[in-house]
Design a protein around this ligand. Structure first.
Ligand code: G3I
Length: 344
């Protein structure tokens, strides 16, 4: 039995993995129990999974993950109460079935806004009441900032302005209680324009008394990007506001973005790429350790290289043959060079 990742970082930060309900068996379950002390659902707790039609709830997959975490005494992150993607379209239709975003009459626009906020509050209340004894950290809103740093022009924003963000946090706090940790989660938080846009929003929300406890940094990163300086700056910036940081969706792609058409097959991935990835894992975990109390959790967006969302895009850009390999366990659940670099 090799050394455990969770033990290695005990007292510093939690080590988590994103899972699908079907991954809680066999070898994957063994790895989870040994190496991780925190879980998050990769898809099973998104609005489209939990409430596909208004008032119709589907708890099966989500409950499985909660039970596994409970049984093995793991922390649970919740992903995600509000998002512009993987949200069923009924949220944004008025009572006549029309798209709320197209409404021009100002009185009707106000009615639509209230209806959408009510639906969001019902969703949050129902979910939070069910899982509040198990979940320790909540992604309340996900990806509300555009790459430019402006507020994302999603249906949520177009219908309610920034009120949905405010009301989402207030509702989560109301039902989850004061001990719950509430996060605003986003990708590319290292990129200065995006980081600054997120910072402006969070600062403004805190001034208004909105209960935000921390920032979730997704960290879908690559071997050569972003720089360690930008990464460090993104944590420092938010801890300067008195907020916690969590790394919520870590994976280190072997490739750049956008990719070229030269994705190798799994068997053809050159050993030096794995070495470069290991070096990158080493540097990034040193940085994480250096953050001390400013970082409470590091979650990988998967367990092993046999299951990663990055393969969808790898296949798409390589005529279906290429794959990525972003984790510290390989496709057969063996440890990679990266594993040893973050253990040693
Ligand atoms: O469930 C259906 C299944 O019924 C159907 O047969 C199949 C056919 O394509 O699709 C299945 O749904 C897929 C779902 O994953 C579950 O596997 C969706 O097509 C697919 O788009 C979806 O992708 C997920 C993606 O979010 C959606 O935007 C990825 O697994 C998931 O890793 C990814 O996670 C996001 C985070 O939530 C937010 N940050 C970025 C991260 C990576 O994109």
């Amino acid at each position: 039995q090799v050394a455990s990742l969770a033990d290695r970082y005990e007292g510093k930060f939690d080590i988590g993995a994103a899972v699908e309900p079907h991954q809680l068996e066999g070898r994957q379950a063994k790895i989870l129990k040994h190496h991780y002390n925190s879980l998050v659902a990769e898809n099973a707790m998104k609005p489209i999974s939990l409430q596909p039609r208004e008032g119709e709830w589907n708890w099966e997959g989500a409950d499985k993950i909660v039970e596994f975490a409970r049984k093995h005494d793991m922390e649970l992150r919740f992903h995600t109460l509000v998002w512009h993607s993987q949200v069923p379209q009924w949220f944004f239709l008025d009572e006549n079935g029309n798209q709320m975003v197209n409404e021009t009459n100002s009185e009707k626009r106000e009615q639509n806004k209230q209806l959408l906020l009510e639906r969001m509050q019902t969703h949050i209340k129902t979910v939070v009441e069910r899982y509040k004894d198990d979940v320790t950290s909540w992604d309340v809103v996900n990806e509300v900032i555009a790459d430019s740093g402006a507020l994302r022009n999603s249906p949520w924003y177009r219908i309610t302005g920034t009120d949905y963000i405010k009301v989402a946090f207030e509702t989560a706090r109301k039902y989850a209680g004061d001990d719950a940790k509430l996060y605003i989660n986003d990708y590319n938080t290292e990129v200065p324009s995006k980081r600054d846009g997120l910072f402006r929003l969070v600062e403004d929300m805190l001034k208004q008394g909105v209960p935000i406890d921390g920032v979730g940094h997704q960290a879908h990163i690559q071997i050569g990007w972003p720089s360690l300086e930008d990464t460090q700056a993104s944590f420092d910036k938010f801890s300067g506001l008195g907020l916690d940081n969590q790394v919520t969706e870590l994976d280190i792609s072997l490739y750049g973005w956008p990719p070229n058409n030269a994705y190798p097959t799994y068997e053809e991935i050159p050993a030096d790429l794995y070495e470069a990835q290991a070096e990158r894992f080493d540097q990034i975990f040193k940085l994480y350790e250096g953050l001390g109390a400013d970082l409470s959790s590091v979650t990988f967006w998967g367990i092993a290289d046999n299951h990663t969302w990055l393969d969808d895009r790898a296949r798409q850009y390589s005529g279906g043959v290429g794959v990525d390999a972003p984790f510290v366990f390989d496709q057969d659940y063996r440890v990679k060079p990266s594993f040893w670099r973050i253990i040693d």
